[in-house]
Write a protein that binds this ligand. Sequence first.
Ligand code: DNO
Length: 397
Amino acid sequence: MAFEQSWRWYGPTDPISLTQIRQVGATGIVTALHHIPYGAVWPVDEIMKRKKMVEAAGFRWTVVESLPVHENIKKRKRNHRELISNYQQSLRNLGSCGIDTVCYNFMPILDWSRTDVDVPFRDGSRTTNFQERIVAAFDLFELQRPGTEKRYTPSEISAAQRYFDGLDAAEKEGLLRMVVLGLPGSGETLTLQELKDALKEYDDVGDADLRGNLHHFLKEVTPAAEEAGVLLAIHPDDPPRPLLGLPRIVSNAEDIAQLLGASPSLHNGLTLCTGSLGAGYTNDVAGITRRFADRIHFVHLRNVRRNPEGDFLEENHLDGDVDMYGVMKELLLEQQRRVREGIGHHRMPMRPDHGHLMLDDLGKRYYPGYSLYGRMRGLAELRGLELGILRSLQDAR
Ligand code: DNO
């Protein structure tokens, strides 16, 4: 048995159609109701409409990515109680429509972040990267909030200073755009003032508070997920460390152990994102996969080249610092265990996460990382690796 091969589709506005996706080899669609505002309940009729669309094209709606967690839940402020009950209701609605896996994240303000989403790659394709000194320069010299220097080491400050001094006036002006627009996960573009205001709201939410808020959220929503037959799968932080002074709490094995322990139910699980975790210099992704295998409900596979300073570049799926063979093998062994022990939940949907902008896609506009050919190449390579490992496991028996 192989993983369910899946593909992220942003819905009817995605430049890649479901008809095209049939040719890339995927059978599962990962999508979300992006038109529903954060915090609102996902109504059954809207869920059914999307489900029918996906099924009419010959796919299964295999995972919701994402059912977003509203900032007030992360901060545990204002109407957070009402928002949590909305979240529970959305889970029940999804479950009643037969959707059983939900991905989400708990990163404050900014989702996945890059400092450049159009980096020339050695083969002529374009990729994304993240450079710590650029974020530090923005934080120290543009945001200029009190106490910022304390969060950086002297060598980080001087690297940021050197970078900043090398910029001309226009580039300095572009820094906000580069950092905020380059933060593709933030969805909408924030002005400098809006970003400052949003950050201020987190002044009194430190690492321990954010963990407490996540654990509280899990205690509240896991029972609803169980009741609804839905598996929750938290997405790790990308990059896996604090950003602009905002705490990040799903960055390494210890964080994962804590959050899975906070609500020890199968329904409180993990999205294994090899690229996000792989960007952590000390993270052993194959080891993390082995340790938490029984709670992994969804898999994002991609690779990075990283350094100890915290910089990284998105590589080809099989090249880079993540041991893709090791990760894949652990996952396949886990799938075989689930089948053998009759545990169910053995689809283990996997998707090629991000891809380079390449070939005929060059020059076209896509949400960064979500072009056609780059992901298609990734999926093809990953499927080959999977088949090779599967057959060698069979032959070894
Ligand atoms: C980026 C994605 C993330 C992910 C969310 C899940 O490509 O992996 O934006 O969807 O963090 O909530």
